[in-house]
Structures are given as C-alpha cells and as structure tokens.
Design a protein around this ligand. Structure first.
Ligand code: ZN
Length: 120
C-alpha cells in the first residue's frame, strides 16, 4: 500500500482504540507514549501520540504491526482479504472496538472512517 494509506490507517486505528480506552478504562492505568511511523523500514517523519492502558496499547501495536507487514500492494478491506493475517480473537476484539468507537464518533463520521479503515 502507499505510504499515505499506511499513515491514514495507522492513525485511524489508533484514534478508535483511544476513544475506546478513554471510555472504558481507568486513567490511572494509562501511560503516554510516542511512536514514530515507520513503513517498509522508512521513517515517515511523523510521530503519533497516545495514552492507553497496557491492554489497549498491545491491541494497537498488534494492529500496527499487521499493517506494517501487510503484503498487499493495493490493500483490500481486511474483511475481504484472501489471506487474513489477524488471529481470530484479535480480529474480534478489534472489530468490537471499532464498532464501539464508531458509534461514539457519530454515525456520519463512522461511514467515512469505515471507508478508509477496514473494519466495516
Ligand atoms: Zn484501555
């Protein structure tokens, strides 16, 4: 996929996980972190920030890594991917998060976001 697509998808998934964590998990268990976007061993010169609990952080890094490793030149929607890379449980968890946060972010935005993400 293009760098731009990677950038977008990484930020979209983070945004959704952040909304979910903000609603569901205790502030005292969260830690602030900064991650530099790297794709195909190239530093994209963009930092992303988050404040997540350990569990949500793991979920984010899992997705982020899968995104980095996605072999498709033209990335299909994950749901329609011919060789899905997510483990079943992780997939279910992320789908749940995306649904939850999608509703929080509002139905109009959700459609737009779901178009650029892959979890519809
Ligand atoms: Zn959390």
């Amino acid at each position: 996929m293009s760098e731009e697509k990677f950038r977008n998808d990484a930020k979209t998934v983070l945004k959704f996980i952040q909304v979910y964590c903000d609603e569901k998990h205790k502030e005292s268990e969260k830690e602030s972190k900064t991650v530099e976007l790297v794709y195909k061993e190239k530093n994209l010169n963009e930092k992303i920030y988050f404040k997540l609990c350990k569990n949500c952080e793991n979920t984010f890094f899992y997705s982020y890594k899968k995104l980095q490793e996605c072999p498709h030149e033209k990335k299909p929607r994950c749901r329609k991917c011919p060789n899905p890379c997510y483990e079943r449980d992780k997939w279910k968890e992320l789908a749940r998060i995306m649904r939850f946060s999608g509703l929080r972010l509002g139905l109009i935005k959700i459609k737009k976001v779901f178009k650029i993400s892959n979890f519809s």
